[in-house]
Design a protein around this ligand. Structure first.
Ligand SMILES: NC(=O)c1ccc[n+]([C@@H]2O[C@H](COP(=O)([O-])OP(=O)(O)OC[C@H]3O[C@@H](n4cnc5c(N)ncnc54)[C@H](OP(=O)(O)O)[C@@H]3O)[C@@H](O)[C@H]2O)c1
Length: 265
């Protein structure tokens, strides 16, 4: 039997590419699509294809009238947590692409997933090469103590830091050795210039015209430096394969797992 998938945010920049990917996958069936402005229209037509017999729903609750195995969410930071909880309460596993969830949000979602015996997979970045950046940075953090994260994005990006930057900082925090940098609370001057502390790592977000989405881990050692960086291109194509890979494997997860690098092998 194919995996029955609902894509929330199916008309968006990323969600539309993912919805097309689901429609093209032989082992998946798109049983629902959620987006307010295209509600009532056939998702195939909305995506510029032939009609596929699936109407866009205004709400996830409405879409969940169809039996679904997995919700894939690419909506908005203020929407995704409610969606994940609703899907879990209705028996669906969840693949989270939307950014903006905090560590506390993930704890709450994980608790519910465990209670329900369901699975949630989340990744701040579903691109395979970004997952490799995370993997290489985690390798480096075992050997080099000092690391900080810089995330670059367009001027209008609504959340900060990026999902990629937040997740990278949290993952690095779990394994890094104590930093040689003077603790922020011992500094004089404008302490905000040292960035936000996420986990145990300083994160600096640049928001500016001319940037799309980049993330780098900067490692400092005596008299040398290592920078591991990922730069996204202009289309959502890189996120599709990773998202579908996560959908194929989410049911193997117990509770919640984060980071596409963990599913690479
Ligand atoms: N993890 C990754 O690899 C990755 C990659 C790319 C993007 N992202 C993240 O994914 C999220 C979406 O990004 P995007 O650029 O694709 O956004 P977008 O183009 O603005 O698309 C958002 C989609 O969500 C729908 N939506 C918004 N509010 C909704 C609501 N209240 N209920 C139901 N649907 C709603 C929108 O349709 P309506 O407005 O018509 O409802 C639209 O279909 C962001 O958080 C972004 O940072 C993550």
């Amino acid at each position: 039997m194919t995996l029955r998938i609902i894509v929330a945010g199916a008309t968006g920049w990323t969600g539309s590419a993912v919805a097309k990917g689901v429609l093209d996958a032989e082992d998946m069936t798109l049983v629902g699509a959620v987006a307010r402005s295209a509600a009532g229209q056939d998702i195939g037509t909305v995506l510029g294809r032939d009609a596929v017999g699936v109407k866009v729903s205004e709400t996830l609750e409405d879409a969940l009238k169809e039996t679904c195995d997995i919700l894939i969410d690419y909506t908005k930071p203020h929407v995704v947590k409610g969606h994940a909880i609703t899907a879990l309460n209705n028996g669906g596993h969840v693949v989270i692409g939307t950014s903006g969830l905090t560590a506390d949000d993930f704890t709450e979602i994980e608790k519910l997933a465990l209670v329900k015996g369901l699975s949630v997979f989340a990744s701040g970045n579903y691109s395979i090469t970004a997952a490799l950046m995370t993997r290489f940075a985690l390798m480096a953090a075992k050997h080099v103590a000092d690391v900080e994260v810089i995330d670059y994005a367009s001027a209008k990006k609504p959340d900060t830091p990026s999902g990629t930057g937040r997740e990278l900082a949290e993952r690095l925090s779990a394994i890094r050795k104590p930093s040689n940098a003077k603790p922020v609370n011992e500094l004089s001057g404008a302490k905000e210039t040292r960035g936000a502390t996420i986990g145990a790592v300083q994160v600096h977000s640049v928001r500016m015209l001319g940037y799309l989405l980049s993330c780098e881990a900067v490692f400092g050692a005596p008299d040398e430096r290592l920078v591991i960086r990922h730069d996204a291109g202009t289309s959502a194509a890189p996120y599709v394969a990773g998202t579908l890979h996560a959908a194929r494997h989410v049911r193997d997860v117990k509770g919640l797992r984060r980071g596409l690098d963990q599913l690479l092998d």
